[in-house]
Design a protein. Sequence first.
Length: 231
Amino acid sequence: MNRTATPPLNRRDVESMVRTVLREKLAARSNYSIARSAAGPPNPLVVNVSARHMHCTASDIETLFGKGTTLSKHKDLYQAGEFASEQLVTLVGPRQRIIPNVRILGPARDYTQVELSYTDGVYLGLDLPVRISGNHQGTPGITVLGPAGALNLSKGVIRARRHVHMSVADMSHYDVRDGDSLKLKIDGPCGLTFHDVVVRHHPKVVLEVHIDTDEGNACDLESSSKMELMR
């Protein structure tokens, strides 16, 4: 029986095949896609799940972790200059239930705030209002425990309203202004459409949607096949 020998693959062929496979794998597992339009967006549409976390003032960081303590970086976040810190706290709700290992995000802010999901609120016994970050009027408080001290917050615990960070170029592409609302359509096995995604402008950001853990689980974000912002 005659057999034709298969010529050996050269390095260029191998590298080309590896790149092709990686692109296919990343496209299948990616948490973002580029919004479809003729011109194309200035930045890729990235959707991230914002897990429970805390923002702190410099003075509250010292209360929780000791005088002179500043936040140390655990890893960078998507937006330039923002990071998840090494500092973790424990939350104690009115039912005396606790949620440990809640991470503080940096850098320090001019207000202290805890962001939780609806499910977290039910577990802790808190009726959490849906708010834009920094709007603490009528919000509940909570006890926060750190290794050096505790905070008894009288307000500042929220469910973050789903939102999209945009630069001027992003707003121009989507024809929106700061404070406008869009819909976020997520296709896939658990696809759905989120309404009232509020536009938040900042000159130093790139396009990024934030949804909370419950919302990310509802649409099974990791299995999404396409994402799109629309009116």
